[in-house]
Ligand binder design. Structure first.
Ligand SMILES: Cc1cc2nc3c(=O)[nH]c(=O)nc-3n(C[C@H](O)[C@H](O)[C@H](O)COP(=O)(O)O)c2cc1C
Length: 153
């Protein structure tokens, strides 16, 4: 099933928040989906075993940073344990303090709207309070376990 799911090409995001200890938290996520336009909702699925899952499901606000091709190092950092994720990635505070990664392709700043059970994952639904993007950048893609980029023949 894992290999079959890997045939579905996705973008790559880093989902962030401020934890209860006041420190930034976040991880690499490709289970990002638009959900509703009225109200404006999106969702991400977070492994219950992820160390940052508790902070993200409890935070009042979170941000979905959509990565561009130059942010592959950030994607690797935010999916690797024992990395200084925020110490080595330039960021600033967005709505509710959620970290916005510099030079992202797009950013969705959200209020927590709902958290649903999804087997071994939480389904975190956010209401978008601010959306921005840089149309000059190309997306970082993920397909069959590898990072990819768009190309046209
Ligand atoms: C391209 C990519 C996509 C990922 N997507 C998800 C995802 O949608 N949900 C998830 O929980 N983990 C996802 N992961 C795995 C987490 O980023 C990884 O397990 C991370 O170390 C979790 O960090 P934490 O345990 O510090 O919270 C993905 C990893 C990669 C490389």
């Amino acid at each position: 099933m894992r290999d079959a799911l890997g045939c579905f090409a996705t973008g790559v995001t880093v989902v962030t928040c401020v934890g209860p200890d006041g420190n930034p938290a976040g991880l690499t996520v490709n289970s990002f989906t638009s959900l509703s336009l009225g109200p404006p909702l999106l969702l991400v699925c977070l492994a219950k075993e992820a160390l940052s899952a508790a902070a993200l499901t409890e935070a009042s606000h979170f941000a979905v940073n959509v990565l561009q091709t130059g942010q592959r190092p950030a994607s690797i950092r935010f999916s690797t344990r024992d990395e200084d994720r925020f110490g080595t990635t330039p960021w600033s505070c967005g709505e509710g303090g959620a970290p916005i990664l510099a030079d992202s392709l797009g950013v969705f700043e959200c209020e927590r709207y709902a958290v649903h059970d999804g087997g071994d994952h939480h389904i975190l639904v956010g209401k978008v309070v601010k959306a921005s993007f840089d149309a000059s950048l190309d997306p970082l893609l993920y397909f069959r376990g590898s990072y990819r980029r768009l190309h046209f023949d």
